[in-house]
Design a binder for this molecule. Structure first.
Ligand SMILES: [Zn+2]
Length: 365
């Protein structure tokens, strides 16, 4: 994600992930050279680059979830381009409406990256502001985490649907390689599961994948740093030179967990996949808490701003839990994940039997 006031944000990704330069791209780019992509989004670049992008679109569009996300990006005026995004798989530029994909990433991984970045486009269209520091601290923490967790949940669901449609696991495997916690949080259906069954479990899968995103502390740390700490430090240094710089940072409005999930966590039916648990983002320190260091940075910033402009301090984060505390009373991760998994399997069985009933009804008895 990037913004137009110099507060540049990139998607976090792991260094060293680009080891397989140009691998596996040759053969797949030779097939299917004619016609328009399955979702006709304008493509940038050379003929070869456009062909690679078209094949990526065709690959992911067999997933109804991915297809809808791409159609929404198209309707919102987005284009797609290959660009060497530093240390990122991809990037959603909501100002210029471009989805950038890193050409050095293998196609198997780039497929879910496309869905992830297009999901960000959909989030912006539905009201998520592109610029950071728009809401109070408590909202910014929850909102930015939710957008990343949701974009990965959409990518995972697309990978499951592509696998069900093609019986080829390579895209899911590539996603799992970089996001093991997300995949292990989900009750992955057997390879024999039909596309209809996997689509019927969309909300359940996305809930689980969303929660799985929060299992990796260093990723939450990285986002807290890039979406909140760095921008606050940047404005702090700028406002010392020019106090009118504070005007760029309102940070007064607030969104609660229900409002955020309704805006961000949208299922195929247009409603939140956390409809049953709208307070989900207030449940754990990982979702609503902050690091002690972040709290210090925020305190320093708001005190300096108050001295400079008289603007009152943001009190939204005063009672948020610390993410640095040891949670010794919490159930062990292994036990918790087993319990969650059992619940998911149960939910999925119910979804699958509903889907089977629907398919039976559709295709006659
Ligand atoms: Zn992202």
């Amino acid at each position: 994600m990037s913004s137009d006031n110099g507060l540049e944000m990139n998607d976090y990704s792991l260094k060293g992930v680009f080891s397989s330069f140009f691998s596996r791209n040759g053969d797949s780019d030779k097939k299917n050279q004619d016609g328009k992509p399955a979702v006709d989004i304008p493509l940038q670049g050379t003929k070869y680059e456009q062909l690679r992008l078209k094949n990526l679109i065709d690959t992911v569009a067999v997933s109804p979830t991915a297809k809808k996300i791409l159609e929404d990006a198209k309707a919102a005026g987005y284009t797609i381009a290959l660009q060497n995004t530093k240390n990122c798989y991809g990037k959603c530029d909501a100002v210029n409406k471009v989805l950038y994909l890193n050409p050095s990433v293998p196609n198997e991984k780039l497929a879910t990256t496309l869905v992830h970045e297009a999901r960000h486009a959909q989030q912006h269209t539905r009201g998520t502001p592109n610029n950071v520091l728009q809401y109070d601290v408590a909202t910014e923490l929850k909102l930015r985490r939710a957008t990343e967790a949701d974009a990965q949940a959409a990518a995972l669901q697309a990978a499951l649907e592509i696998r069900a449609a093609t019986k080829d696991s390579s895209i899911l495997n590539a996603f799992e390689k970089s996001d093991r916690n997300i995949v292990s949080a989900v009750a992955v259906p057997p390879l024999s599961a039909s596309l209809e069954e996997v689509c019927a479990a969309q909300a359940v899968n996305m809930q689980a994948a969303f929660k799985g995103w929060f299992k990796e502390k260093r990723i939450i740390d990285a986002y807290e740093e890039s979406y909140l700490v760095k921008p606050l430090k940047y404005v702090y240094t700028q406002m010392a030179k020019d106090s009118s710089f504070c005007d760029k940072v309102k940070m007064t409005q607030s969104l609660d967990s229900k409002a955020i999930t309704e805006m961000v966590c949208v299922a195929a039916n247009g409603r939140s996949y956390f409809e049953q648990t709208p307070d989900i983002l207030d449940k754990t320190p990982e979702m609503c808490g902050m690091r002690d260091e972040t709290r210090k940075v925020a305190d320093t910033f708001f005190k300096a701003r108050q001295d400079l402009t008289g603007a009152p301090k943001d009190t939204s984060y005063d009672k948020l839990p610390s993410r640095d505390q040891n949670q010794t009373n919490a159930p062990s991760p292994a036990k918790q994940s087993l319990q969650e998994k059992l619940a998911q399997i149960q939910q999925m069985k119910e979804q699958q039997s509903k889907a089977s009933a629907r398919i039976a009804a559709n295709y006659g008895r």
